[in-house]
Design a binder for this molecule. Sequence first.
Ligand code: GTP
Ligand code: MG
Length: 477
Amino acid sequence: MTTFVDRVELHVAAGNGGHGCASVHREKFKPLGGPDGGNGGRGGDVILVVDQSVTTLLDYHHSPHRRATNGKPGEGGNRSGKDGTDLVLPVPDGTVVLDKQGNVLADLVGQGTTFVASQGGRGGLGNAALASARRKAPGFALLGEPGQAGDVVLELKTVADVALVGYPSAGKSSLISVLSAAKPKIADYPFTTLVPNLGVVTAGSTVYTIADVPGLIPGASQGKGLGLEFLRHVERCSVLVHVLDTAALESERDPLSDLDVIEAELAQYGGLGDRPRLVALNKVDVPDGQDLADIIRPDLEARGYQVVEVSAVSRHGLKELSFALAKIVAAARAAKPQEEATRIVIRPKAVDDAGFKVVAEDGFYRVVGEKPERWVHQTDFNNDEAVGYLADRLARLGVEEALVKAGARSGDEVVIGATDDAVVFDWEPTITAGAEMLGRRGEDHRFEAPRPAAQRRRDRDAERDDAEAEYDAFNPF
Ligand SMILES: Nc1nc2c(ncn2[C@@H]2O[C@H](COP(=O)(O)OP(=O)(O)OP(=O)(O)O)[C@@H](O)[C@H]2O)c(=O)[nH]1
Ligand SMILES: [Mg+2]
């Protein structure tokens, strides 16, 4: 028997962005030809895509660690690094993606539905892209950002239109085998079916899927038998079929009380109350079975059930059953809001949050926000110019002002980031009165003549816009 795996924990890591390159164009007799370091490539994403030919999560059970490739670093001569390759992981139709706390991140239904489980890091800008009117020859480049990494839980909820429920050995798998081309295991001992079987039924112009679940017994909701765990697979169905055994030999059982038991267990599981029900009285090929069916049929109909007498052995009533189900399925489909035929791409939140906050903690100040945290990751702390550029960016965002407001003093400890990989500084404010006069870091005075203050301010504004625009153009999300 093939193993059926319907829940796995998957560890995904997107690729890191490639580092930007700091390089200066060199030619004979032209030693400072300008910066020409290219940008690093994007890290690959890890993407889940529904592929209807995939039926289990088994692959991910065997190899739960999946990683996309890194972006390549930029090179001199304005050569950009190659982007990392996205890692596309095919998953069965109906896969639910959850975080480790059990929150649903995405419900993937329909061929081609896509979920970006972790996003690749952006490549770092090379020094060519960082150059501006004011900073003509940056001696540094930005580092690539790390790709997102984390754990997701994948849970399979089979997408079947019709679900067969009933006691063990009622004949659920037998009915699937005669209604569809599926060949499930059938035997006269209880719990033959250990995992749901799925079949495709064609009735007239309606094609639908039918699934069974392992047999239910009294106390299934307390974990008796195989429990209710597999009912997850019938949650999406549009009709439930009670398969009742009219030929059961046990004296304390009869189809009506079987039905009550199953209903009570379904109620314990919850969420299936609104689904239409149909009763299939199975095994009417057995003479006693037909007699019993005749007796209980009026009772069931009085309770409001649509009843079909069937036999998986003699094939009696199969056509009636398959068309009755087709009618309910077609009606359910018509009632449902038109399902998105297009590809749904669900992405984690884009990094476009301009905000940050400064929190005074025990003996230090913490800066939390997407941008400051990202910028820290982009900074090569061995390069003073790169650190200066970071300080300028932080100051421009207003981080320094906010620190001053929060009461931070020169020399205080400042932590950027909320996570373990946060960066710790001894804070040296760069915006003090008159700092403007000193010139900013990352500038090379060999390239420029002194300019009047108004010109300087205009240049600074233009540079700020340039850098952000370039950055956004390079990193579309
Ligand atoms: N006479 C007769 N026997 C049947 C009929 N349908 C199923 N059976 C027999 O009943 C037994 C159980 O059938 P299964 O299809 O395995 O029953 P199930 O409901 O899938 O049982 P579990 O998987 O254990 O929950 C087998 O021996 C079948 O051959 C029928 O219509 N008539
Ligand atoms: Mg079975």
